[in-house]
Design a protein around this ligand. Structure first.
Ligand code: CLF
Ligand code: SF4
Length: 495
């Protein structure tokens, strides 16, 4: 395949060969460490809403970025997994928000980011408190941004308690993506998660608090659905508290029209200072999360590519470029320049079509040649975005995991290795830990890999392949599967 490829960092287009050469000259300092939705699955109006939203469309997350602005510090409830000194744990990793912004600063920052990151398609407000409770600041920020950048999608994340009071504002402002964090539909379960809420000028405790929160969350979901606003439900999976119960939550939110359900593992450590962290409440293992996700089959569609980002995250999901855009780096006056973003969108439209066609050909040829019952493979991919295999093994901070069988190639999840790659470990230790995170993986596809890590991976039973550098993920994964069955790569014509 000799398709042109785009460098997502610099928006420069080149050939696969030229990028491979660039990669070689770049070298590598490290020798070791490295909604399953599609247009045909939904009506055109819904597809138009989600196609460029990296959280609502798995395909879009390869191409488009989101940014959060931390304008809403106040919150009206207490979750046992949250410490207000930290980001909203609904939508972020625990970590202090670098800076809180006022709406004017936030709007300026969005323009600065849009000028530099052409992939930016969504502005989300996810705290660090509750965006619907701190509504005045949320609303002013959205209004300011909409005036300058009308093509940016506006996205809100909230616990839902205050939301029914603002649904009409959402409609007026054309906001069609809202995330509700719903951890229970049984208030008894809620008492173990929420010690109090603040509602109608009064602090409510215990069962009363959970009862009110539950009713308001269901009311929010119903009101949003009735008005055609797409709702994603986020749930934090807390072993021993709501893990089994989330199956019921999944069914209920589906019944009430949720577009997606995102079940996120509890992140909990004593140093976060949360009630759960101090009590030693653990998060679920990857296997427990997968088991719950599998059990939800047939219920609300699941989002599986969430990165639990910070309330001030900037960039593609899985990367955070927030430190490049702190307010001291944003000019006092910024003028929006749409050119880069327009060019990028035109490129993405062609690229997506080409990638989809290539994946369809590979699927059809494989389906016809491999028996249905043949075993599925798990393949890890090192990618910087764009739906291509374009990252050096040693530079990867996470791997995207794809499953392939005769039915085709499916994104399954991502596995992070940056937890292990930051400081304190020698190169050898890093590789050992990366290998652990890749347990169960058959093959790794990356743009380049050194001989030493390749041999160590081989010893661990994982084959590392760089022959598909800069190819589309689906066609390369499919080629690996076909080769396993003694078939040549599918014949694919690309633009
Ligand atoms: Fe932000 Fe949330 Fe909007 Fe996305 S995040 S407000 S819907 S633009 Fe996305 Fe981040 Fe997961 Fe949230 S990956 S934590 S789901
Ligand atoms: Fe923290 Fe968000 Fe819960 Fe409020 S809703 S307590 S900010 S996690």
């Amino acid at each position: 395949m000799t398709a042109n490829v785009i460098s997502l960092n610099g928006l420069s287009v080149g050939s696969k060969d030229s990028l491979t050469k660039a990669l070689e000259s770049e070298g590598c300092s490290s020798s070791s460490c490295g909604s399953s939705d599609a247009p045909e699955d939904m009506d055109p109006a819904t597809w138009a809403k989600v196609k460029d939203h990296p959280c609502y469309s798995e395909e879009a997350h390869h191409y488009f970025a989101r940014m959060h602005v931390a304008v809403a510090p106040a919150c009206n409830i207490q979750c046992n997994y949250c410490n207000r000194k930290y980001d909203c744990a609904n939508e972020s990793r625990p970590g202090v928000v670098s800076e809180r912004l006022n709406p004017e600063q936030a709007a300026r920052k969005v323009i600065a980011v849009a000028n530099e990151i052409p992939q930016l398609s969504v502005l989300g407000i996810a705290g660090p408190g509750d965006s619907a409770y701190d509504w005045r600041k949320t609303k002013e920020t959205f209004q300011r941004v909409a005036e300058t950048l009308p093509d940016i999608k506006l996205c809100l994340s909230t616990n839902g308690l205050a939301l029914p009071d603002h649904v009409d504002d959402l409609l007026d402002m054309n906001i069609d993506h809202v995330t509700l964090t719903i951890n229970m539909i049984d208030p008894e379960v809620g008492t173990k998660i929420y010690p109090w809420i603040f509602y109608e000028h009064k602090r409510r405790m215990g069962l009363e608090a959970s009862q009110i929160l539950h009713e308001r969350q269901m009311q929010s979901l119903d009101m949003l659905h009735e008005r055609g606003i797409l709702v994603k439900v986020n749930s934090v999976m807390i072993p021993g508290i709501n893990d089994e119960h989330l199956l019921e939550v999944n069914k209920e939110v589906k019944k009430r029209g949720a577009f997606l359900h995102n079940i996120m593992p509890l992140i909990s450590a004593p140093e976060h200072g949360t009630v759960f962290g101090l009590e030693g409440q653990r998060g679920p293992t990857a296997a427990e999360l997968k088991k719950l996700q599998d059990a939800c089959a047939g219920g609300a569609n699941l989002m599986k590519h969430c990165r639990q980002c910070r309330a001030d995250a900037v960039g593609l999901l899985g990367e955070d470029r927030g430190q490049e855009f702190t307010m001291d780096l944003v000019p006092d006056e910024v003028t929006y320049d749409p050119e880069k973003r327009e060019t990028y969108r035109e490129w993405v439209a062609k690229e997506r079509e080409d990638r989809r066609n290539a994946a369809a050909v590979a699927k059809a040829e494989t389906d016809a040649a491999v028996a249905d019952e043949a075993e599925a493979l798990l393949v890890a991919v090192a990618t910087k975005g764009g739906g291509r295999i374009n990252q050096h093994f040693g530079h990867a901070t996470e791997f995207q995991i794809f499953e392939v069988d005769a039915e085709g190639v499916r994104f399954v999840t991502h596995r992070r290795c940056d937890n292990y790659c930051v400081g304190g470990y020698g190169e050898e230790d890093k590789l050992e830990l990366v290998i652990k995170t890749l347990e169960g993986i058959d093959t790794i596809l990356c743009a380049k890999i050194g001989d030493c890590p390749r041999e160590d991976l081989e010893k661990a039973g994982i084959t590392a392949i760089q022959d598909y550098a800069y190819d589309y993920i689906e066609t390369a994964v499919s080629a690996v599967y076909r080769a396993r069955h003694g078939l040549p790569a599918a014949e694919i014509e690309t633009a």
